[in-house]
Design a protein. Structure first.
Lengths: 292, 241
């Protein structure tokens, strides 16, 4: 029984870490731009494939070179997505809804483009470390270990930047009142671009970690993005703290339900839980006025 | 001599709806001007058009002789025109200090020294110094207005566009605000002031315009008592009407 609980806890931590990277980017975009990015899973997949190009085929560079290049390309792709899919529509009538539809359509285009460029063959990234840590009967290894350490660190760093720096106060100002920030001389378009780029980097990190744990496919981000939406509902879409807690809670529930009832039932239990939360507390379990 | 602000035959509004109709006003160097008139007749729209939030469909706006009609909001701020809008005038989930520092976002204000200007704002509004770590959302209406004016001052304005600063404030707070804005005026900042309180506007300005249906129907000096009475009659209607 103890081994089972350890296994659930570790699986929950791994899942929660990966989910938090995806969900925090989605939360940043939602709270700043007021729109959901349905292309977020595709951003994650494209980031992983960028790294694959430099780390495996055709360039086969060392990971310490390939990953930073992939992150930069992921950010650049985020900037492109903001410029093409967000900026032309977000300030228009029904901007948030238009952006959601446009990003949903773009998901399909990006996934097909990945298939076209990298081909249909299954691919996998090398793990970021060969380290193995046995805990009870279970063993934490490679990217699982990195995910558990890196995800809260990255999200904590972003939360700190938002709360304590001038750039952070500018982002929060645009979140709270776009027009007033414009009257201060701030250019909201630049803030939007920066936020989408940061979210794309977080998605790329998730893609690199997942790509070293399981096979990569063009649709590899779809499931994580759905979990991301669940987490935003659970934790409150505008709260990084809520997102982080929500990610681990969802991860643990998924791991526990998979262990006790089988993987087949995990999504059913999660969706049931989200349904109840939406009925009882539609603003999310952790209510935050605005980001700090 | 070139005026500080020259607005010549400006038309504009929201989409197809023209709120401003060939409206012309000017603000002389070192002068302050009040805009009066019924609600919904274009005063706020005029301020939004001057600050670049909205585009004029016709006419021109010049600041110290330079055409700013098509200039970006940022470009207009950089020239020294700072707009404190009606309604939500601060960032509620930022501290008082963060709000004020953001007021000095433009390069000209940063060059002048953010901390020095902050000290000046705190000496003008000592309450803000006491509340510097509080969130904007926790302040009273009067304190929020002080923060809003403080943010405007942090931007080192030459011309401050103030939209309904006394809206919703008690008479006592209004009186305090009037004294503070009078001090701002003395420091050399010109005002273009929109407010529903006629006495408040008259006390703080040198000249005024009455705007009805997007056009100027009257212009005079604020100090003339006779003019003032007549203007109030025009504004609120005469007893024998």
């Amino acid at each position: 029984m103890i081994d089972g609980l350890i296994s659930i806890a570790l699986s929950g931590l791994i899942l929660g870490s990966l989910y938090s990277l995806i969900a925090s980017g989605m939360s940043l975009i939602w709270s700043t731009l007021g729109a959901f990015n349905f292309a977020h899973g595709a951003l994650m997949a494209s980031g992983a494939y960028f790294v694959y190009t430099f780390a495996v085929e055709p360039l086969a560079l060392p990971l310490w070179i390939a990953v930073p290049i992939g992150l930069v390309l992921g950010a650049a792709f985020g900037l492109l997505v903001e410029r093409i899919l967000f900026r032309p529509f977000i300030s228009g009538p029904d901007g948030a809804m238009t952006v959601m539809v446009v990003t949903l359509v773009a998901t399909s285009i990006i996934q097909n483009a990945i298939q076209l460029i990298w081909g249909p063959k299954l691919k996998q990234l090398p793990t970021l470390t060969d380290l193995r840590v046995p805990i009870g009967d279970a063993v934490l290894q490679g990217n699982q270990l990195v995910a558990i350490i890196l995800a809260p660190l990255l999200i904590g760093l972003i939360a700190l930047l938002l709360a304590r720096t001038r750039v952070g106060s500018i982002v929060r100002a645009v979140e709270q009142n776009r027009e007033l920030s414009l009257l201060m001389g701030i250019k909201p378009a630049y803030v939007y671009a920066g936020v989408v780029a940061v979210a794309a980097v977080l998605a790329t990190v998730a893609g690199v970690l997942l790509g070293g744990i399981q096979f990569m496919t063009p649709t590899m981000g779809a499931d994580l993005m759905i979990r991301g939406f669940m987490i935003l509902v659970f934790g409150g879409a505008a709260s990084l703290k809520g997102t982080l807690i929500g990610a681990y809670v969802i991860g643990l529930i998924e791991a526990a339900s998979g262990y006790f009832f089988g993987l087949f039932w995990s999504p059913v239990i999660l969706i049931g839980l989200i349904f109840v939360i939406m009925l009882v507390r539609p603003e999310g379990l952790i209510k935050v006025g605005a980001r700090r | 001599m070139t005026n500080l602000l020259d607005i010549a035959a400006v038309s504009g509004g929201y989409g197809q709806i023209n709120v401003l109709r060939e409206l012309s006003i000017s603000v002389g160097e070192g002068r302050s001007v009040g805009l009066l008139g019924p609600n919904g007749h274009g005063k706020t729209t005029l301020l939004r058009t001057i600050s670049g939030l909205q585009r004029a469909s016709a006419g021109s706006i010049a600041f110290r002789g330079v055409d700013i009609t098509r200039m970006s909001v940022r470009g207009i701020i950089d020239r020294g025109i700072v707009h404190i809008p009606q309604g939500c005038r601060l960032f509620p989930q930022l501290t008082v200090r963060e709000n004020l520092v953001l007021g000095a976002y433009n390069p000209r204000a940063r060059k002048a020294g953010v901390e020095d200007t902050l000290e000046q704002v705190y000496s003008l509004f000592p309450k803000l110094a006491q509340r510097s770590r509080q969130w904007g959302s926790t302040l009273s209406g009067g304190e929020r207005q002080m923060v809003a004016i403080g943010m405007g001052l942090m931007a080192k304005p030459t011309l401050l566009l103030l939209d309904e600063p006394t809206l919703g404030l008690s008479p006592k707070v209004k009186e305090e605000l009037l004294e503070r804005i009078a001090e701002v005026r003395k420091s050399g900042v010109s005002l273009l002031l929109v407010d529903g309180d006629v006495d408040f506007v008259m006390s703080l300005t040198d000249d005024y315009y009455v705007i009805e249906l997007g056009a100027v129907v009257r212009a005079a000096e604020s100090s003339a008592e006779v003019e003032r009475t007549e203007m109030m009659d025009l504004y609120f209607g005469r007893d024998d009407d």
